[in-house]
Design a protein around this ligand. Structure first.
Ligand code: 3PG
Length: 210
């Protein structure tokens, strides 16, 4: 469980948080993100198109990890697995989701904002967490502090992170990857400007490498 989620986090330092408003955009958007070098795609269940998008992109990009975000209930978790989703990210955590995640086909990245939540997951064997909402929950300074008592835990911070701040997070030893919506700019999506999507992904990857 821990290793499977860590393998996914190791596949890409940047994870786009994707919300599909228009099903016609699934293929061109997915293609544009993959062309930009991204290898892990988080598709949220915030719209009714999320599950179908996961199935379609899995068939189209078998070499990319495709999973779900904004999963809040057990029914949603199971639906993601049925759709072929390869991982599940939750904004927070519940005991029910943690228990299910430890034996699920698709590994769980549970969301935490505090050390008490982290300890709940840690006790059940989790060693990788989403840190959300990263910027308002203390940002880089909080993650640095979490590394004191829990040096063996890795994080994927999300929430308010942009291209300019991604590298500050990734500079921390306990940050495996960062996620965000800046990789799917609204204006590019509404204009169908897929080259912009590819360029933002490429530039963001370039920025964290330099
Ligand atoms: C999430 O669910 O991870 C956040 O909504 C990401 O959105 P943001 O990058 O715009 O903060």
């Amino acid at each position: 469980l821990k290793n499977r989620m860590n393998q996914i986090l190791d596949a890409s330092p940047l994870i786009p948080v994707i919300t599909i408003e228009d099903p016609a955009q699934v293929v061109p958007l997915g293609d544009a993100l993959v062309a930009g070098g991204l290898r892990v795609l988080e598709i949220t269940l915030r719209t009714p198109h999320g599950l179908d998008a996961i199935s379609r992109l899995r068939a189209r990009h078998p070499d990319v990890w495709i999973g779900a975000g904004t999963v809040a209930t057990l029914d949603q978790y199971r639906a993601v697995e049925d759709a072929g989703g390869q991982f599940v990210i939750t904004p927070g955590l519940t005991r029910e989701l943690l228990d299910y995640g430890s034996r699920a086909t698709a590994p769980l990245l549970p969301g935490v904002a505090t050390l008490s939540e982290l300890m709940e997951g840690y006790r059940l064997g989790y060693r990788a967490f989403k840190f959300f909402p990263a910027e308002v929950a203390g940002g880089v300074a909080a993650l640095k502090a979490f590394g004191g008592p829990f040096g063996d835990v890795r994080f994927c911070p999300t929430g308010g992170i942009r291209q300019a701040t991604a590298s500050d997070y990734l500079a921390l030893a306990n940050v495996a990857a960062v996620g965000g919506t800046w990789l799917t700019p609204e204006s590019a999506l509404s204009n169908g400007d897929w080259q912009v999507v590819t360029r933002v992904a490429r530039d963001s990857l370039e920025a964290i490498r330099s």
